[in-house]
Design a protein around this ligand. Structure first.
Ligand SMILES: [Zn+2]
Length: 112
């Protein structure tokens, strides 16, 4: 069995302050702008507990509905949808686990 699931390290969510054994850090598309001759988006590393992560992803989906226009379904398929689904998985994400293993994160950790 996975050692993390047997003895989980609880970390505080940087947004709600709740302790969680499943802190997630995902790269999520934001600031999408699709015009006829211009297209841009910005990847953002976001760290949060599963609940805050889902709120953030749903917020990005709504905020970018107008600006992403015809590309919006593509971002649902390649960015927000998969990250939203992964937020339901148990345990910290790989980067968080690596930081814990290196002694860089503990209960009183602050996230950059
Ligand atoms: Zn939270």
């Amino acid at each position: 069995m996975d050692r993390q699931l047997e003895n989980p390290v609880l970390l505080k969510c940087p947004h709600c302050g709740q302790e969680s054994d499943s802190i997630k850090q995902f790269t999520i598309a934001t600031g999408i702008l699709c015009l006829l001759v211009h297209f841009s988006w910005k990847p953002v590393h976001y760290t949060a507990c599963p609940s805050c992560m889902r709120k953030f992803i749903l917020g990005r989906m709504i905020v970018n509905l107008i600006t992403a226009n015809i590309t919006w379904p593509i971002f649902i398929i390649v960015s927000w949808g998969p990250q939203f689904a992964r937020s339901f998985s148990r345990g910290h994400t790989r980067w968080i686990r690596k930081q814990i293993a290196e002694g860089k994160l503990g209960v009183d950790a602050t996230f950059a």
